[in-house]
Write a protein that binds this ligand. Structure first.
Ligand code: GLA
Length: 755
């Protein structure tokens, strides 16, 4: 106190010191600088009613000055205030913190004025929040407080000022405040509003299901202390309080609403869920296909696209579900058509035009995808669709495309702009006269899993660009290795469901360092081991990510074909309940994931992240399994049943290997085990307008039969306990899947209609 008094007196007596001016550092080749003063301060909370926090000047409109040092940049707040910055991979926050010199006199005259508390917090993906700096500041402090925070790996930085006795003259300077981030990052850090992170819920509220298909909706609150309940559920659904999820089957099409009630700290809040039950969902299960980007980058043309289409059919990839053949960037002519502004394709690359190309693709039973961007330019600098959404959507429809990947380079950072731009294209696609799957690609920067479904999109990239490497180092705002993508995906599992999938980007299987963009900006040599490619494939299946490949498939080595056509893993990805695996056990060496499957089975994955082989014990009490009950484990890489186990099972996983098991109750019905039903083949015989399914030896056992197409749409279903079940089927020619569930044990058989 005495020290403060002396300092105050000395300030009165002293002539003003010569002022020093501080300007922020500049970006360089490796590191970009984002200034807090350049961000949208209007979105921050200011404690002086009727006023706003100010950028690059003080609350009283003076140059920002702390102890005679003038700062050309920064933000001045008035307590009680809050600034929230979404970090987007920024690694460092630096500033000088203090109460501005403009209120020194006031602080000298009144001991309650010109004083504030500060608190700097970091918030992670799972809403865990840590305080990294806090204290009190006064206009009478001898010097400002240097702040230098490592923000690496965190999602938000929160800067708060508390008013002390009252909030008069609490003019706080966050002077020379800047962030460092990776120079090639797609999105700089930016300010978000308090509302954006205020929701009490951390799960999806726009949901989809098919009539007659089992539904599951995991409910999660932002606070672990919240008590959850669900009200007004439609017929067929119930609340599983133990697992905190809604489950059941809705049989009628329609739009239903139910409420999630969150009780926390004596307060109750309610959020409404909209559930659309429809047999015409755009993406009931994750789409599968091939994208041109990683392998060809800008070098796409009629010849290599047609050769890819031929190869997809020659290797029967379409029969496994890989039906979308997608042109990525750089199909464009130099400019739009004069006068009409219609998009034009590059005549040199596609001399016969887009209609001829999609006709060719369709003639092989495949679907065609195209690419654009929600700005003036695409990522690789072709013309984008911003402002031309309707013209472009109509043209894509006329050209015969079935999917649009919609990128976000050169577009504004803030979430509101992104929502508007994606909605504009989503609406245009709805009105274009063709069913075009809308695939968002803003790299997970603005949490698209929270709002993407409202734009009309049915999947969204959750990660930066996938690189052909296991460990891509720091998640830096531009690209990532397999492990970094996994580390993003594992936090957002509750947001996945039918027609709303988190996409982990193209898999790198088959590239072996030969891709173009997939090999850039990697420390060391690009490429992964076969074990690592298998791990990536297995984890993408666990995550219910769209399964897209991007390598030269005109000659596929057997080992790669074996990976991408592992039907049992594909079935995990394509499970109609659309659940993304949850992370159940996590430590520095390994992770265990669990995915709920429609027939009541679960898929369990053990991912060994360490550099040595490991024995890992799967503890059933951590999984949705009963104690002291035998479960059958089926190894999905070996494609064999490995035995029945109760309470725990220990497996060995090599370095970077992912073991995946399908786990089902060993006992199907009295005296009948999963193993005995598996040994009796199911045969399917389609005829002109019906299909007959012979489930040998199952007379008297209740069974559920679902027939779906390769896009996961259910086309027929029934319940029966007969051995031979016949049901009407009027469908176009193609491949279909019959799924027979006997007392919780499922088997699937593919069959062809009309070929
Ligand atoms: C971005 C996307 C990539 C690819 C390129 C094309 O980087 O994330 O997947 O589409 O643009 O330029």
């Amino acid at each position: 106190m005495l020290k403060k008094l002396l300092f105050a007196l000395s300030m009165l007596a002293m002539p003003a010191l010569a002022q020093v001016t501080v300007t922020p550092p500049e970006s360089n080749e490796d590191t970009d600088i984002a200034l807090l003063g350049d961000m949208e301060v209007e979105k921050t909370i200011c404690g002086w009613s009727g006023h706003q926090n100010t950028a690059n000047k003080t609350i009283d409109n003076n140059p920002i000055t702390l102890r005679d040092t003038v700062y050309t940049s920064g933000v001045c707040t008035h307590a009680t205030s809050q600034i929230i910055v979404k970090l987007n991979g920024a690694t460092r926050f630096v500033c000088r913190l203090g109460i501005d010199d403009e209120v020194i006199n006031k602080a000298q005259n009144d001991s309650r004025e010109g004083r504030a508390g500060y608190k700097i917090m970091l918030r992670g993906e799972d809403n865990n929040t840590v305080v990294v700096a806090e204290g009190n500041i006064s206009a009478l402090d001898e010097s400002s407080v240097p702040i230098d925070i490592n923000t690496n790996g965190w999602k938000y930085l929160i800067l708060e000022n508390e008013a002390g006795d009252h909030n008069w003259s609490d003019h706080v300077d966050w002077a020379n405040a800047y962030f460092e981030y990776y120079a090639r990052a797609a999105t700089a850090p930016y300010i978000v509003s308090t509302e954006e992170i205020a929701s009490k819920l951390a799960c999806a509220t726009t949901m989809f299901s098919q009539p007659g298909v089992r539904y599951m909706h995991k409910i999660k609150a932002t606070s672990a202390d919240a008590v959850l309940a669900v009200e007004n559920l439609p017929a067929g659904l119930s609340w599983n309080a133990k697992r905190k999820l809604v489950e059941g089957i809705v049989t009628e099409e329609g739009v239903y609403n139910y409420d999630i009630v969150v009780a926390l700290d004596g307060e109750e809040s309610r959020e409404s869920v909209k559930l659309t039950v429809s047999s015409k969902l755009q993406q009931p299960v994750p789409f599968m296909g091939w994208l041109s980007w990683n392998v060809y980058q800008a070098n796409i043309n009629e010849a290599n696209i047609k050769a890819t289409a031929d190869a997809m059919v020659r290797y029967k990839l379409n029969d496994y579900g890989y039906t979308y053949l997608c042109l990525d960037d750089n199909w464009h002519a130099d400019a739009r058509e004069d006068g009409t502004n219609k998009p034009l394709s590059d005549d040199a690359k596609f001399p016969k035009g887009m209609n001829e190309l999609t006709d060719y693709i369709h003639s092989l039973g495949l679907k065609a995808g195209i690419y654009s961007d929600a700005a003036d330019l695409t990522c690789n600098n072709e013309f984008g669709s911003y402002g031309y959404e309707e013209i472009d959507a109509k043209q894509y429809a006329e050209w015969g495309f079935d999917l649009l990947k919609y990128d976000y380079c050169h577009a504004p950072s803030d979430v509101e702009a992104a929502q508007k731009r994606y909605k504009a294209m989503g609406d245009a696609l709805k009105n274009c006269g063709r069913d075009i799957l809308f695939y968002m690609c803003e790299w997970g920067q603005r949490d698209p899993w929270k709002w993407g479904a409202e734009t009309g999109a049915t999947c969204w990239r959750a990660t930066y660009d996938s690189r052909d490497t296991w460990d891509g180092g720091v998640y830096n705002g531009s690209h990532c290795g397999a492990i970094q993508a996994i580390d993003v995906m594992k936090h957002i599992s509750v947001y996945s469901g039918p027609n709303r999938f988190n996409d982990a980007d193209m898999m790198c299987v088959g590239l072996y360092g030969k891709g173009i963009p997939s090999s850039e900006f990697i420390n060391g040599k690009p490429g992964m081991t076969v074990t690592e490619y298998k791990s990536q494939f297995a984890m993408w299946c666990m995550f219910a990510s769209p399964l897209t490949i991007s390598f030269d498939i005109t000659e596929i080595p057997q080992q790669d074909l074996d990976i991408i056509t592992n039907e049992e893993l594909i079935a995990i990805d394509q499970d109609r309940m659309g659940q993304q695996a949850d992370l159940i056990v996590s430590n520095a060496d390994y992770e265990i994931y669990c995915k709920d499957l429609e027939n009541g089975d679960i898929a369990v994955a053990v991912l060994n992240r360490s550099s040595a082989s490991r024995n890992v014990t799967i503890d059933f009490s951590k999984l949705p399994l009963e104690a002291d009950t035998e479960y059958q484990f089926r190894d999905l890489w070996a494609k064999e049943n490995v035995g029945t186990f109760k309470n725990e099972y220990t497996v060995t996983a090599a370095s970077h290997e992912t073991r995946v098991f399908r786990v089902s109750p060993a006992q199907v019905a009295d005296g009948i085990t999963a193993a005995t039903t598996d040994s009796k083949p199911i045969t399917v015989t389609p005829s002109a307008s019906s299909v007959s399914i012979n489930c040998l030896g199952s007379q008297g056992l209740s069974k559920r039969v679902l027939i779906s197409d390769l896009a996961g749409r259910v086309v027929a279903q029934t319940n029966s306990d007969a051995e031979i079940i016949t049901l009407p089927l009027n469908v176009a020619r193609g491949i279909y899947v019959a799924n027979v569930v006997t007392a919780g044990h499922a088997r699937s058989v593919k069959f062809e209609v009309g070929r």
